[in-house]
Design a protein around this ligand. Structure first.
Ligand code: SAH
Length: 223
């Protein structure tokens, strides 16, 4: 039995126009996708019963996407595309040149849920609260590699074939790029690798899609 939240009940009964006895498919990000039947339907509440599993749980590879939030629509785009392309976690960052200091975490999390629904996924990447890049890097887990998308590498060969297998995080800067101090620190980190994304400077939202595509193709679950 699953008790629906107010927003879920509203969506299923008022928007999707489902009613008692109808079948829907459910996923919670952990237990795969299930066929379920609506047992109880009210405007703001509901109960559904799981009947059978229709898709096993499939988690993405352990890769994080770290980015500095930009304008709202572009930030939404990054969260949506990262979910579709497959990431384990999405971390908005404050950097020295971040354009937008605030995010609405829950809104972005809802966006990730919507994107997972849209692409038939069973996993929902967690969107964390905005954190300072400096702080994150100073407590960086030793067992996670950092893929630093560095606009100073623009024009260099795009090289992913020598990247080691393991846990990863992809790091993208804001429109203003990284400060010298940030760049120095990142270069000094033992497990960081710099990556060129080709001969042109990409906007952060394009860079997110390009970097994830390269990473997924080289090390992820696309192969
Ligand atoms: N204002 C910066 C560009 C920022 S683009 C400048 O003119 O240098 C936003 C982010 O996307 C960058 O911080 C970087 O992480 C990534 N990016 C964009 N194009 C890139 C490229 N060709 N190679 C590597 N990273 C790139």
């Amino acid at each position: 039995m699953v008790h629906l939240s107010r927003t879920q009940a509203h969506y299923i009964f008022s928007v999707m126009r489902k009613s008692k006895g109808d079948h829907i498919r459910l996923f919670n990000g952990k237990n795969g996708e299930w066929l379920a039947q609506i047992d109880f339907a009210r405007k703001k509440q509901g109960v559904v019963r799981c009947l059978e599993i229709t898709k096993p749980q499939q988690n993405p590879p352990d890769v994080w996407l770290m980015f500095a939030p930009i304008k709202k629509a572009r930030t939404d785009f990054i969260v949506e595309k990262a979910t579709e392309l497959g990431v384990a976690r999405i971390l908005p960052l404050q950097t020295d040149f971040t354009n937008s200091e605030r995010i609405r975490r829950e809104r972005l999390q809802d966006h990730a849920i919507g994107a997972a629904e849209q692409c038939g996924g069973t996993f929902i990447p967690k969107v964390t609260d905005i954190g300072r890049l400096e702080k994150l890097l100073s407590n960086w887990p030793m067992d996670r590699f950092l893929l630093f998308c560095d606009e100073e590498k623009v024009g260099e060969r795009v090289e992913t074939k020598d990247l080691p297998k393991g846990k990863w995080a992809i790091l993208l800067g804001p429109e203003g790029g990284f400060s010298e101090k940030e760049r120095k620190y990142i270069h000094s980190m033992q497990n960081s690798f710099s990556l060129s994304l080709g001969p042109r400077i990409l906007r952060a939202d394009t860079a997110a899609v390009a970097a994830l595509t390269l990473w997924q193709n080289a090390l992820g679950d696309w192969r």
